[in-house]
Design a protein around this ligand. Structure first.
Ligand code: DAT
Ligand code: MG
Length: 139
């Protein structure tokens, strides 16, 4: 197993619902380290750059409207096999298919409003972490 970094978001639905603390607790309970964290609000331009691979898709306008509707909590997580471990803890994209106890099962309400984001590969993790964090912010 390799020591990895991955990028995570607590999305606006979960922040507004007041369940950020439960998601942070689940991350810590899983043994992943939160090595960077900030609370901010995305803009349309920042959202487009972040979701560049989805901008041309039919669901993108709905995705952008959702991601800018409230504050987000951005994180860099570190640990052995962190990318897959965070994806597993999040659960499937559609909360109705997500495993019992996963973040999306517990806190998501639809495929679009699914509470959390996680990088899906080492390449996307590297891009996404550096999109939001400077090296000195990761400790
Ligand atoms: P994931 O977030 O599990 O990596 P993805 O990268 O395919 O999923 O899509 C990014 C986000 O876009 C996803 O978390 C929710 C939204 N989304 C994906 N497919 C959608 C759809 N068919 N309808 C509405 N929103 C969708
Ligand atoms: Mg994805």
């Amino acid at each position: 197993m390799a020591l990895e970094r991955t990028f995570a978001i607590i999305k606006p639905d979960a922040v507004i619902a007041g369940v950020s603390g439960q998601i942070l607790q689940a991350i810590e309970d899983s043994g992943l380290q939160i090595i960077g964290l900030k609370r901010t609000r995305l803009t349309p331009a920042i959202c487009r750059g972040f979701y560049h691979e989805h901008v041309s898709k039919g669901f993108y306008p709905e995705l952008e409207a959702f991601m800018i509707e409230g504050p987000v909590i951005l994180m860099c997580l570190s640990g052995d096999d962190a990318i897959k471990r965070w994806r597993d803890l999040m659960g499937s994209t559609n909360p109705s298919n997500a495993a019992e106890g996963s973040m999306r099962k517990r806190f998501g309400t639809s495929i679009g409003r699914n509470a959390t984001h996680g990088s899906d590969s080492p390449a996307s993790a590297a891009f996404e972490v550096s999109y939001f964090f400077n090296a000195f912010e990761l400790n």
